[in-house]
Design a protein around this ligand. Structure first.
Ligand SMILES: [Cu+2]
Length: 364
């Protein structure tokens, strides 16, 4: 058995139902059969079970638009804010030719950004879309209450639940699904960010952006064409197939769906949520620096200044600012760079404008 490559051995064990993973492996009969044959007849020279073909999907993209953000809050009084989120299970492409059955709040990763003001009452409604296969719920770290609302919002497919909470403290916070297999649900895409603005609001900036990092654990290899199933054993070992910004490989780049741009002289605030479920992000803007970083999104405190790389643990957020001093791309990366070079992680913000040779001169 020791001569079988690790990834194959994992699949063989799974096909045999070892380790309690069979129920979640989603293996089809043909691949089960093939894997079992490998394990019983020819252990020395195993064959990789073939991937199922990529699935048909009418989902154009699962990657959230980083500019799709609620407007800054412009009021002096608290109010009751109604927030409705529908949980979805949907097939989409991780990259061309590679499909995965995501789970998501609405049809995007990260889920929609929620924006309220400190002191607001939030009426939170979660609907589990009819036809889904699993229960879902929501745990918001902006909630003081059991499970962040998880028990109160537990919904089976076709059900809707509402609970109410007061946003008593400011900052940005993750929200995520928190059913018993919560790591699997987060890994499949069920996380987002809620911003609780301070009563005096946030400083004005020219642009705001919203991004989310998480990792996918699948039965395939990175880039292997076909439909990837979720892999519980890979997740337990914390060995992801993909590490992604906004749920797809290189989605928010000029070669993907395009990059948002800012002009030289502009300022920007970036909201970032680290879904995990397991990996710490080493969050860095290549070609720039974070002018300010509110670690954990704790905007009630003083920011750190001129930060190169800031850690963002899974289950947390960061609020950062930058400004465009010169033209050219700013590449948002996890500076654990194998995740960028080999596992699909990156987003780009473009800076447009004239060269500023006193700051950077490529050909002096
Ligand atoms: Cu869920």
């Amino acid at each position: 058995m020791s001569s079988i490559p690790r990834s194959t051995r994992r699949r063989v064990l799974k096909a045999l139902g070892v380790g309690g993973t069979a129920a979640l492996a989603g293996c089809t009969a043909p691949s089960n059969q093939e894997a079992t044959e490998v394990s019983t007849t020819d252990r020395a020279t195993p064959q990789e079970p073939s991937m199922n073909p990529a699935k048909e999907t009418d989902v154009d993209r699962i990657a959230a638009d980083p500019t799709d953000i609620p407007d800054p809050i412009d009021r002096d009084e608290p109010k009751t804010v109604e927030v409705e989120l529908t949980t979805k299970e949907l097939v989409a492409e991780v990259e061309p030719g590679v499909t995965y059955t995501y789970m998501a709040f609405e049809d995007q990763i990260p889920g929609p950004m929620i924006r309220v003001r400190r002191g607001d009452t939030v009426e939170m409604t979660v609907t589990n879309e009819e036809g889904n296969s699993m229960p879902h719920n929501i745990d918001l770290h902006a909630v003081r209450g059991p499970g962040g609302g998880a028990e109160a919002s537990m919904v089976a497919p076709g059900e809707t639940e509402t609970f109410r909470f007061k946003a008593t403290y400011p900052g940005s916070f993750i929200y995520h699904c928190a059913v018993p297999n919560l790591d699997m649900h987060i890994s499949s895409g069920m996380f987002g960010l809620i911003l609780v603005e301070p009563k005096d609001g946030l400083p004005e900036v020219d642009h705001e952006f919203y991004f989310g990092q998480h990792e996918l654990y699948t039965t395939g290899e990175t880039g292997e064409e076909g439909h990837h199933d979720f892999d519980m054993e890979a997740m337990a070992a914390e060995e992801p197939t993909y590490v992604l910004m906004n749920g797809e490989k290189y989605a928010i780049t000029p070669d993907g769906y395009g990059s948002p741009s800012i002009d030289v002289g502009d300022t920007a605030r970036v909201y970032f949520v680290s879904g995990g479920p397991n990996l710490m992000s080493s969050y860095h803007p290549i070609g720039s620096v974070w002018d300010k970083v509110w670690q954990q999104g704790s905007i009630a405190g003083e920011p750190n200044r001129f930060v190169e790389t800031t850690p963002v643990p899974p289950g947390s957020t960061a609020i950062t600012t930058l400004h465009a001093e010169v033209p050219g791309p700013i590449k948002l990366v996890d500076h654990a760079l194998s995740r960028v070079a080999r596992k699909g992680f990156m987003a780009v913000i473009m800076r447009e404008g004239d060269e500023q040779t006193d700051v950077f001169d490529p050909e002096p």
